[in-house]
Design a protein around this ligand. Structure first.
Ligand code: NI
Length: 167
């Protein structure tokens, strides 16, 4: 397995829309495994392929307490969502930035697993928030896009400054 470099906001590649996976083969499994390793190394609870500059509809998630129960979602589709809740979100592509976003409280999602088998999950709470956050990445959307233009500009400035400092 390998650690993959994570794109940093406001990298324009984060705004690409991902295309569906046509076949869940060993390449896709290797991508998912590398994404899980990358997510763990970065202490994240979710990662979308978009964030590692692979524009395919693949998400990994692990909201378990011991961080040992990763889930792989390939070609995830939102079946239904209900309610709303506001939660403080962060993102591995926007390190150190946290802000409040309103999303559905519950979401039912259908996807393929690592073996290409179809499954459905009824997510709620943190799991629903993470899943919807990661599905947004596949549409080329970052949680910062939900914030006010003023906050977005502040975050962009901060991220660009930080990128210059680490060169
Ligand atoms: Ni994110």
């Amino acid at each position: 397995m390998a650690l993959l470099p994570i794109l940093r906001y406001p990298d324009p590649r984060l705004y690409k829309r991902a295309t569906p996976v046509t076949e869940v083969d060993d390449n896709i499994r290797a991508l998912a495994d590398n994404m899980i390793e990358t997510m763990r190394a970065a202490h994240g609870v979710g990662l979308a392929a978009t964030q590692v500059d692979v524009h395919l509809r693949v998400i990994v998630l692990d909201v378990s307490d011991d961080q040992q129960h990763p889930l792989v979602f390939i070609n995830p589709v939102l079946v239904s969502e209900e309610g709303s809740c506001e939660r403080e979100e962060g993102c591995l592509s926007v390190p150190g930035i946290y802000d409040w976003v309103v999303r559905a409280e519950r979401a039912e999602v259908e996807a393929l697993d690592r073996e290409g088998r179809s499954f459905r999950i009824k997510a709620e709470g943190l799991m629903a928030t993470c899943l919807l956050h990661e599905m947004d990445h596949l549409e080329g959307k970052v949680f910062v896009d939900y914030l006010s233009p003023l906050k977005q500009n502040r975050i962009k400035t901060k991220m660009r400054k930080r990128a210059r400092e680490t060169l």
